[in-house]
Design a protein around this ligand. Structure first.
Ligand code: ZN
Length: 175
């Protein structure tokens, strides 16, 4: 089932989300609904606070390069209680957007490589070493479960330029 999105201005997006204890049938259903919601909105990642649940869970798809060089997106991954345990000193800047902040896209600087630990829907722990866009998506979603938005990582004149747009989003969509 496609779920309604929480938009910029919704206080849930600013809350530090709670860890998940037992992985119940309800959590499995929620993860499936989040994947459906992410895909329906053409997103590459979605965190639980974005659909109104303040718990430490996000879903995403990865970019992979095929043999012929074309970029495809992978099957979905589910991250429960994730923890970024290592990140590179080296950073890179790329454009980001967010389903909760429609139409705004900005350059955000983040570490190039990370190591992330999490639990999957079967309750099994896993570790992923990621870089580039795939690391970026994990960091963006991990920010969400800590109440942080990508626009918080943009400062100065660039951030000032979007203040009006942010106010409009909050007025029109903030729920
Ligand atoms: Zn987002």
């Amino acid at each position: 089932m496609k779920l309604p999105l929480a938009y910029y201005g919704n206080p849930l997006l600013r809350k530090k989300a709670e860890p998940i204890g037992e992985i119940t049938e309800a959590i499995r259903q929620l993860a499936a609904d989040m994947i459906e919601t992410m895909d329906a909105n053409n997103g590459i990642g979605l965190a639980a606070p974005q659909i109104g649940q303040s718990i430490r869970l996000f879903v995403l798809r990865r970019y992979a390069v095929q043999e012929d060089g074309t970029r495809v997106i992978t099957d979905p991954y589910v991250y429960i209680n994730p923890k970024i345990v290592e990140h590179s000193e080296e950073e890179e800047s790329e454009e980001e957007g967010c389903l909760s902040i429609p139409k705004i896209r900005m350059q955000v600087s983040r570490p190039k490589r990370i190591k992330v630990e999490a639990t999957d829907l079967e309750g099994k722990a896993f570790t992923h070493d990621l870089e580039g866009i795939n690391a970026r998506v994990v960091m963006h979603e991990n920010d969400h479960i800590n109440g942080v938005l990508f626009i918080d990582r943009v400062r100065g004149a660039a951030r000032k330029r979007i203040e009006d747009e942010l106010r409009q989003i909050k007025k029109k969509l903030g729920n």
